[in-house]
Each structure stands twice: as structure tokens, then as C-alpha cells.
Design a binder for this molecule. Sequence first.
Ligand SMILES: NC(=O)c1ccc[n+]([C@@H]2O[C@H](COP(=O)([O-])OP(=O)(O)OC[C@H]3O[C@@H](n4cnc5c(N)ncnc54)[C@H](OP(=O)(O)O)[C@@H]3O)[C@@H](O)[C@H]2O)c1
Length: 424
Amino acid sequence: MQLSVGLLGLGTVGAQVAERLLAKRREIADRTGVELNLTRVLVRDLERPRGIPRALLTGRPEDILEDPAIQVVVEVMGGEEPARSYLERAIRAGKHVVTANKVVMAIHGPGLLELAGERDVDVYFEAAVGGGIPLISTFKVDLIANEIERIAAVINGTTNYMLGRMASAGISFDEAVAEAQAAGFAEADPSSDVDGFDAAYKLSILASIAFGARVHPDQVFREGIRAVDPLDFRYARELGYEIKLLAYAARTGGRIEARVHPAMIPAHHPLATVEGAFNAVQITGDLVGEVLLWGQGAGGRPTASAVVGDLLDVAHSVRKGAFNRIAMRFDADPPMLPMAEVTTKAYFRLRALDQPGVLAAVGTVFAEEGVSIASMIQKDSVEEGTAELVFTTHPALDAGLQRARSRIAQLEQVKQVCAFLRVV
Ligand SMILES: NC(=O)c1ccc[n+]([C@@H]2O[C@H](COP(=O)([O-])OP(=O)(O)OC[C@H]3O[C@@H](n4cnc5c(N)ncnc54)[C@H](OP(=O)(O)O)[C@@H]3O)[C@@H](O)[C@H]2O)c1
């Protein structure tokens, strides 16, 4: 049996997908009983030399989307548009689709999945989150018997690389950006990574699937890593923590909490040990307990592993004539827990006048805002007559922590609240 495949995009991921399909055609056919036939590849620039036969290339999307012989469309172009409308056109034309596009799946995924259900075709998107790490299929298939309680993840390789370099080499945020760009981990405009957008897209997809609820990326609380100061890594170590960009979602008292922000994570926690551009996702289910998935969250080859895996799943379904789709239902408007009502521990670093009464004043504010202090370190500051004070707190409402942060900054004995980080 043959399955005709159209590929939208031949960049970092698409080139690896095409290479695998062309080089392993025989093995794939032997293993699955289906010959995956790459028939057309859409690119923008037809003149650039590519490692595949020139005859496969086209610059016209309709050569794929309107060709009735093409049964599966693989979208690895990226960006919201025109990728979303191409996917919609493919589904409306009765084609199965495989996509690596987190932006489209985070914003439009539930709608595309519904449309695919009506048209009796499948939408696969394993590569949209965590590159080669099998996350979506883990939720859809392996953990289906569970009520998922929470997801805690380090899911953006660029910021993880940068925070690792800031921790180990003591370099600044700007130097870490420059290093990540030179190493090919960060874009010329790094804001999608460093401001937490990329992690929020991925978390919105994971939370939607895990909780069967439509969690839009705008509903994910998001704070990036620009304000993380090299000095805080030293205090983190002293206190037994690592600093990571945490993506966290949980079902809390019937509401969904979803947030992305830098956090201090205990050094013994599995997420604290994720190094460099790697990703890890810890899932807690009511039956299974904790599961940890760890691996390469980006790169052409790991991502192609997920895309080609999805294609083979489609091939199996087509061969069996029974689509593999496990009905995914999404509560359209789930109640969300606002960040102000999230309970978390926190870390404060402030510069204060080195004189009696400071601790009492700060302690009073904490107490009035319902925040109880867990530990305190005092160090001489570089500025004469001032001291550096570091507090960690017991769990408190985020609203109380934020009020304490601004009230402490206004105390006459306090020169500056230099850092605030949430603590796991
Ligand atoms: N790279 C990774 O590590 C990674 C990891 C996980 C997920 N992803 C996702 O995979 C997707 C692809 O990423 P990538 O890194 O492979 O991107 P890329 O290297 O920029 O490649 C994009 C490809 O799509 C083509 N393309 C883009 N817009 C087009 C348009 N309007 N019409 C026709 N062709 C168009 C480009 O054509 P030209 O070649 O002619 O420019 C190029 O071949 C994205 O959704 C990304 O988020 C990537």
C-alpha cells in the first residue's frame, strides 16, 4: 500500500524529514506495510540547492493542498500564517496532517482537531512540543487512564542554556544571549525564548491535552528571564537551589493554574539537573504517580524523529482503515486560577541601610501581607553603609508576595528590592 505525502517546508526540520523518508523508504515499507511516497515539497526559494531531487520542489501551495493524490500533509514551515490556513485547507480536503508548529497548535489546535474530527482525518503534532521527546503520545495513549494532576517542565532549551552559562561562568544576561546566539541556540531576536513566549505556547498545548481543556497561551502567566541577575545564582547555590525557567500547570481546586517564570528549584529535584539545551517534563498522574521525560527538545534530527513517528502512526491507521484518533475533548472555557491566587514560596534579595530596625520593618510588612519568613541571610553590600538581605519565605499567596515586594521597596530603610524569584 502506498501513501502519498506532501511536505510544507524544507528547512532545519523539513530537510531531515525528507532525508529520512527518501533514504529509509524500503525499511519503512517493510516495517509498516506502507510505502511513504514523498511526492511534493513546498519551499519559498526554488533556486537554492537542496539535497533532494529538484522535481519534487514547488513554490505553489495548491500543488500539495489541492492535489487529490496527496493523502498526508506534513507542515514544517513555522509561524502562524499561512501555516494555519494551509493546515485547515488540507483538513477540509480530507487529508491527514502532521505538524511541528507550536504557535498554530497552541492558538488554533482545538479548532483544527475539531474540524479534523468532522472530516474524519487525523491531526498529529508530537513535534510541536519538546522536539524528539514523546510527550503528546504519552498523554494521549500511555497516561490515558490517569487524571493528570500537574506538569512541571523545563521546556525551553535556549533559556536553559543561558541560565546554565550565567550560573557556571557568572556572565550577565546580555553576555548569555550573545553566547546562545553564537552557539546557534538563540534567534537574532531572542524575545520568543527569553520572554517566555515559546515556553508558554508549549505549556498551553501540554495543559490543554493533559486537562482536556482549552488553555489559550494568553491564559498562561508569563514572566521571562531578563531580570535574573548573576548574583542570584550564588545565593541560589548557597541555599541549595538552581535557577530555571519553569513551566508549570496544575489542576488546583477545580481550576487550572498555568504559569511560566524563572524559579529556584531544589538542587536535588530532577528538573534542577537538566543541563544545556535539554528539556525535561515531569508529569504527575493519579494512578501512575510521577513520570519524567527527558531529552533533546529541539534540533532538526530529534524533531524529525517525532514528525516521521507521527507519519508512521498515520500510515498504520490508514492501513487498518480505522483512524487512530483518540477523541480529544476540550472544555472550551475552563475556570483558570489567576496568578494572584497561586500559592508559592519566594526569594527576595534587597539592599538596605545597615542600621537597627530594618529587619523589624521588613518583618512587619511580611507579617501584614500573610508571608512567613523561612530563612534570612545578611551580607555586607558593595555600597558602604548598606547590607544585602536575602529572605526565603514559606508558601504564601502570590498577591501577598507582590504587595510585600512593593511595600518593602517603599520602606525608607530599603534602597532597592534587587531580586524576586518564586521558589519550588
Ligand atoms: N528547528 C527546531 O529545532 C524545531 C524544533 C521543534 C519544532 N520546530 C518547529 O518546526 C517548524 C519548522 O522549523 P524549522 O526550524 O525547520 O524552520 P526553518 O528552518 O525556518 O524552515 C522553514 C521552511 O519552510 C519554508 N517556508 C516558510 N514559510 C513559507 C511560505 N510562506 N511558503 C513556502 N515555504 C515556506 C522555508 O522555505 P525556504 O527554505 O525557501 O526559505 C523553509 O524551507 C516550526 O514550526 C518550528 O517551531 C522546530
